[in-house]
Design a protein around this ligand. Structure first.
Ligand SMILES: [Zn+2]
Length: 699
C-alpha cells in the first residue's frame, strides 16, 4: 500500500569525476545541492549542511579552522556559494566561556556575528552551534520524511535503536539553539563510533570525515528507514479508506467553488493567494478514517508547522453525498471557529514578552474526497505550504502505521511560532508590494497593451492570468513573464471572449490556479475600417461580438466571482479614444467602443454597493507591439489619411496636443493606477492616455 514516493530508495548521486577538482567549500556546495534536490531528503528551506575547513586568515596569514555552514534563510537544494556563512571555529568554541545557561540561550545568537570569518555578510543561522560542536569535519542536518516518521512516533527512541542499533543515537525533543549544540557535542563524545543521531519530533544529524562520506551516510541512513517502513508498514494507509474519492474533474469543480469563498473570508487583513493539491498522498489522507483525529494532532517537525500553522482546518464536506451548497453555507462559521480556537491557543500559551498574535486564519484546508487547499500571502508561499503539509502527511502515514503518531506539545509549538528570534526575522522582511496577494486576469494578455499591463501588475506583486486566443503568443508571453517574476506568479488560458463557455472555463482555471480574482483587465480587441456603405453585417457583428459582447461576458463572469468572494473587485476596460470621438470610415469599431464605455458606467453603478469598481482607460494610436495594428488596419488607416504606413506613427504624434507617441507601457501605467488602491475612491471614470486630444475630452 506504499505509494512510489515513499517506497522508492534514494539514489546515490555522488560523482567522483565531478568532485575530483573541487575545493572543500565546493564539495560542500555540491553535496548540499544533491541532498536538497529530493524533497524526501529534506523540505524546502529545511535542514543545513556544514564543513570545517582550514583556511588562510586574511589578516594574519595564519592557517585557521573555519566553519562553512548554510546561512540563515537559505535552501540547500538551491544554495550557491554566497549562501554559506563562514565563522572562526576557535571563536565559536570560545563562546562556551560566556554561555549563561539554557534560559539565556537566545542571547548567543547575538554573538555569532562576532565569529565571522573574512567579513562574510551572510548571516549565520540559529543552527550554527549544532554544526560547530559536532566534532566531525562534515555534518548534515536533514528533515527526511522517513526519519521524522520515526522521530514523531510515540516510541521513537525504541524504534531508532531497533532500526539502527548503536550506529544512530537518539536525543529527546529540544528546540534548535545553543543548548542543543552542546547536547550534540556531549552525545558525540560519549558515542565516538556513532554515525548520526535522530532528534525527537525533528529530524536527523549525520556526519563523516569527508564530504562524500557524510553524503553517503545520510543517503544510507534514510534508505534504511525507508526500507524498514516498507517491511513494517504494510497495512492500509491511515487505517483504511472511509470516504470515496471524487473524479478529477469533480474535485477541480468543488475546489473552484470553495477557494474564492474561503479567500474572501480570510483576506480581511491581507490579500491571500491559493493553491490546490489533489496528489495521491493527499487523497489517501483526506479519504481515510484517521483524517479528523490525525489532523487535530497538528504537525510535528517545527519547519512543518511554521509553514502550515499548528493544525489544518478540515472542511465539512461529504464526498459520499456531495452538497457543496451546504458546505459553502457552513464556511463562515467553520472559519470563525478556527480563528477563535487559534486565539484561545495564543492566550493559553503566550508569555509576558510574546509578540502580538498573528493572522489567526488557517493555512491548510483539507476537503474530504477532494484534496487540499492552502492560502498564503503569495503563490510561492501557498505552494510551499502545501509541499510542507505533504511532508507532514508522509510523516503521519509512517508513524501511525508502525506506532502512535505524536505532534509537538502545544507549548513547544507556540514557543517556536512566537520565538522572539523568529519575530525579528519577520520584522526584517521587506514591506509587501502594492499588489501583493492580488490576482488579475488580463484578456488579450499576449498582445502589446495586455502584456505590458501584466508586466506592470506583476512588478507590483500581483499574480496574473494571461487570457488570449493566440496560443503561440500566449506561450511566449508566459515564458517571458515567468522568467522575469518567477513561475508561480503567471498562468495562461486560451480564451475566446465571445464564447460564453470559453469565458466561464477560463475564469474557472484562474480560480483553480490562484484561488480567486481581484482585478479584471478587459483588453482583448480588434479594429476594422470601412465606409458605412461597405460595412458588411459580418464585419459589424464581429466588432460587436469581440468588443461589446466580449467585454460584457468577461465582466459578467468577474462580477459573479466578486460577489461570491465578497472582497470587492476591480474592472478596468481598455476602450479607445474612438469610443468618445467619431472617426471617419470606422463606424462599427467606434460604435462598439462607445458601447464598452457605457457598459463600464452601468457596471460601476451596479457594483458600487459591493465595492466593485469599474473604470476605463482610453488609449489612442498605440502602434508599437499592438496586434490590431498589424496588417490590414494599419493600411486602411494609412489609406484613410492618404499616406504611407511608415508615416502613421509620426502622423499620430503630430496630431496629438502634446506631440508625443503613446506606448503600451503608458496605457499599462494608467491601468495599474485604476487597478490599485491608489484610486480606491474612483469608479465610473475615464482616463485618456492619448497625448492630448480635444475631441475626446470627457464632459
Ligand atoms: Zn531542523
Amino acid at each position: 500500500m506504499l505509494d512510489k514516493h515513499q517506497g522508492a530508495r534514494l539514489a546515490n548521486l555522488w560523482d567522483d569525476g565531478k568532485a575530483a577538482g573541487m575545493t572543500e567549500p565546493e564539495k560542500l556546495l555540491y553535496r548540499s545541492n544533491l541532498l536538497g534536490s529530493d524533497k524526501r531528503i529534506t523540505n524546502y528551506g529545511g535542514g543545513n549542511t556544514s564543513a570545517k575547513v582550514m583556511e588562510k586568515d586574511p589578516l594574519t596569514g595564519e592557517i585557521v579552522e573555519v566553519l562553512w555552514v548554510k546561512g540563515s534563510g537559505g535552501d540547500v537544494g538551491t544554495i550557491k556559494m554566497d549562501g554559506f556563512s563562514t565563522l572562526y571555529m576557535d571563536k565559536l568554541r570560545a563562546l562556551k566561556g560566556i554561555y549563561r545557561g539554557v534560559e539565556f540561550e537566545d542571547e548567543m545568537v547575538g554573538y555569532l556575528p562576532h565569529c565571522t570569518f573574512n567579513l562574510n555578510p551572510r548571516a549565520a543561522s540559529i543552527d550554527t552551534p549544532l554544526h560547530a560542536y559536532v566534532p566531525k569535519p562534515h555534518v548534515d542536518h536533514m528533515h527526511p520524511d522517513a526519519i521524522i516518521a520515526i522521530a514523531a512516533s510515540k516510541n521513537s527512541r525504541e524504534l531508532t535503536s531497533k532500526i539502527f542499533g548503536d550506529e544512530i543515537g537518539w536525543l529527546p525533543w529540544k528546540r534548535p539553539g545553543y543548548e542543543l549544540g552542546l547536547w550534540l557535542e556531549k552525545f558525540c563524545q560519549e558515542n565516538p563510533d556513532a554515525r548520526g543521531v535522530v532528534l525527537e519530533s525533528h529530524g536527523l544529524f549525520t556526519w563523516g570525515d569527508t564530504a562524500k562520506e557524510a553524503y553517503e551516510t545520510t543517503i544510507e541512513i534514510i534508505n534504511r528507514a525507508i526500507a524498514w517502513f516498507e517491511t513494517e508498514n504494510t497495512g492500509p494507509a491511515f487505517g483504511g479508506r472511509s470516504k470515496p474519492v471524487l473524479a478529477a474533474a469533480d474535485r477541480a469543480a468543488i475546489a473552484k467553488k470553495l477557494m474564492p469563498v474561503i479567500r474572501g473570508l480570510i483576506s480581511a487583513g491581507e490579500s491571500k493567494v491559493g493553491h490546490f493539491d489533489d496528489s495521491q498522498a493527499v487523497l489517501d489522507f483526506v479519504t481515510s478514517t484517521s483524517l479528523e483525529p490525525l489532523a487535530a494532532l497538528g504537525t510535528s517537525c517545527p519547519d512543518h508547522f511554521l509553514r502550515t500553522k499548528i493544525r489544518p482546518l478540515v472542511v465539512d464536506f461529504d464526498p459520499a453525498q456531495p452538497d457543496v451548497g451546504n458546505t459553502l453555507a457552513g464556511l463562515p462559521e467553520a472559519i470563525a471557529t478556527y480563528r477563535a480556537d487559534y486565539a484561545a491557543y495564543y492566550e493559553r500559551c503566550k508569555r509576558a514578552d510574546s509578540p502580538a498574535m498573528r493572522d489567526p486564519n488557517a493555512v491548510v484546508y483539507l476537503v474530504p474526497g477532494v484534496g487540499m487547499i492552502t492560502f498564503a500571502k503569495d503563490k510561492a508561499t501557498a505552494r510551499i505550504s502545501a509541499e510542507f503539509y505533504v511532508n507532514a502527511i508522509n510523516v503521519m502515514r509512517g508513524a501511525s502505521g508502525v506506532s502512535t503518531y505524536v505532534g509537538l506539545p502545544e507549548q513547544e509549538a507556540f514557543d517556536i511560532e512566537y520565538w522572539l528570534l523568529e519575530e525579528a526575522k519577520l520584522q526584517r522582511m521587506p514591506k509587501p508590494k502594492s499588489l501583493a496577494g492580488r490576482i488579475a486576469l488580463v484578456t488579450g494578455g499576449a498582445g502589446g497593451i495586455g502584456k505590458a499591463t501584466a508586466n506592470r501588475l506583476m512588478q507590483e506583486g500581483a499574480c496574473v492570468v494571461l487570457a488570449d486566443i493566440d496560443e503561440t503568443a500566449l506561450e511566449a508571453a508566459q515564458t517571458e513573464l515567468s522568467t522575469r517574476y518567477g513561475k508561480d506568479f503567471v498562468r495562461s488560458v486560451n480564451m475566446n471572449v465571445t464564447s460564453e463557455a470559453a469565458v466561464e472555463s477560463g475564469f474557472g482555471d484562474a480560480l483553480l490556479a490562484f484561488g480567486g480574482l481581484d482585478i479584471l483587465v478587459s483588453n482583448a480587441g480588434l479594429a476594422t475600417s470601412a465606409a458605412v456603405e461597405d460595412t458588411t453585417l459580418g464585419l459589424w457583428n464581429k466588432n460587436m461580438d469581440i468588443l461589446a459582447t466580449g467585454y460584457f461576458l468577461v465582466s459578467r463572469e468577474a462580477f459573479r466571482i466578486f460577489r461570491n468572494q465578497k472582497a470587492g473587485g476591480n474592472v478596468v476596460f481598455v476602450a479607445s479614444k474612438n469610443g468618445l470621438a467619431a472617426s471617419p470610415g470606422a463606424s462599427a469599431y467606434c460604435t462598439a467602443k462607445a458601447a464598452e464605455i457605457h457598459l463600464a458606467r452601468c457596471l460601476a453603478l451596479e457594483g458600487a454597493s459591493a465595492q466593485i469598481r469599474v473604470n476605463v482607460v482610453n488609449p489612442d494610436a498605440v502602434l508599437r507591439g499592438s496586434k490590431i495594428w498589424t496588417g490590414e488596419w494599419k493600411e486602411q488607416r494609412a489609406a484613410a489619411y492618404k499616406m504611407d504606413v511608415d508615416e502613421l506613427e509620426a502622423h499620430y504624434r503630430e496630431r496629438s496636443m502634446l506631440k508625443l507617441s503613446v506606448f503600451p507601457e503608458d496605457i499599462a501605467e494608467a491601468i495599474y493606477f485604476l487597478a490599485s488602491d491608489m484610486s480606491a475612491k474612483s469608479t465610473g471614470n475615464i482616463v485618456n492616455v492619448d497625448a492630448g486630444n480635444a475631441q475626446s475630452f470627457t464632459r
